[in-house]
Design a binder for this molecule. Sequence first.
Ligand code: GLA
Length: 376
Amino acid sequence: MSAADLFRTEFGADPAGRWFAPGRVNLIGEHTDYNEGFVLPFALPQRTVAAVGPAPAGEWTVCSTFEEGTVRFGDTEPGDVTGWAAYVAGVVWALRDAGFDVPGARIALDSEVPVGSGLSSSAALESSVLTALVDLGGLDLPVERRPALAQRAENVYVGAPTGILDQSASIRCLEGRALFLDCRTYEVEQIPFDLAAEGLGILVINSNAPHQHVDGEYGARRKSCEEAARILGVPALRDVPLDGLAAALEKIDDDVTRRRVRHIVTENQRVLDTVALLQDGRVRDIGPLLTASHASMRDDFEITVPPIDLAVGAALSAGAYGARMTGGGFGGCVLALIDSDRERPTTEAVEAAYADAGFTAPTCWIATAGPGAGRL
Ligand code: GLA
C-alpha cells in the first residue's frame, strides 16, 4: 500500500501532501564523517515517502506500512518513543529543541529502502519527515542546516552515535551528481556523476548478511578515532594530512589505534583523489581507489565480514574496475564499478561465489544517482 493510501485508510482524509527522501550509496569516504573529513555519496532512486496532513497543535500521530498500528505522541523527550517511530519523534523533538514551532501532524510512511542493508533507511525516514514538517509549517530552516538536525534526532533521541553522511546525502544530493561534502564546514560540491553516459554502472550488491554487534562496533571505532585525535593533539583526525601520517603513527603506541588512524587519513585522501579524477572525466580510473578503500576497511579499520569480502573479490575477478563495501560495515552492501554490459556476468559471478560458500543469496542492481529529499 502507498503512503497516501495508508493515510486515507488510517485518517479518513486525503493528505495535504507527500514528501520523499532517498536512501544513499556512499561512493567513497567511510567513517570519515565523524572525523570531520570528506565523503562522496549519491542518492538512490529508492526512497521513503511521507504522506502528511495537519493535526491539532502539539499532537503527532504516525503509522507506516512496515508495522501495524499507530503511534501517538505530544511533548516528547528522548526515551519516550521507541522502535521505528523514534526516528519520527526524534525529528519533531530536534526541531522543537532548536526553537521551531513544529506543526501538529498526521504522518503515514512507506519505504522502498531496504532496512538493515547499510543504505540509510533510517536517514531516509528522518529526512522525509523533516522535509514534510519544514514545508508544512513554513519553517525557516535552510537546506544546508537540515542534515545536522536530522543527525541530532538520531544521535540524541534514537541514541545511535552516527555522523552526518547519511542525512546529508538524503537531503542534499542532486540527480546525476555525487555529493562531495566537507563534514567539518558542511560545504558541498555537486560532482557530475552520469555513469551510463560513459558506458559504466555502479552495481550494488546487497550481501543480505545479517548485521551483528553493529552498534557496539561503530561506537568503538568512533571512540578509537577520538582517542587518537586526543593523543595527537588535533581537533579531529581530519587534521592529520597524508604527508604527516608517518610522524603521527610514531606518537601512537597501540597497534590497533594506529591502524584506525591510517584508515581515516588515507581514506580522506582517496576521497579527494576520487573527486579530482571524476572532475577530470577519468571515471574508470577511480576503480583502484575504491578497491584500496576496501582493503583499508578490511585490514586497518576491520569493519568488513566474510560475505562482503567475498562479493568484492568475486566482482573484481569478473572484471570490475574497482569494488568496495559501502556504509557503516559488518554486513550491508558492496558497490562495484563495471562496464554497463557486464551487469549480468558480474551478478552471476557473485551469486555463484555465494552459493559455493553457503551464504544467503545476494541481491544485485545497477544504482543511478537520484535526487535528494523534496515534495512529490
Ligand atoms: C553509517 C553512519 C554514517 C557513517 C557511515 C560510515 O552509515 O550512519 O554517519 O559514519 O556509517 O561511513
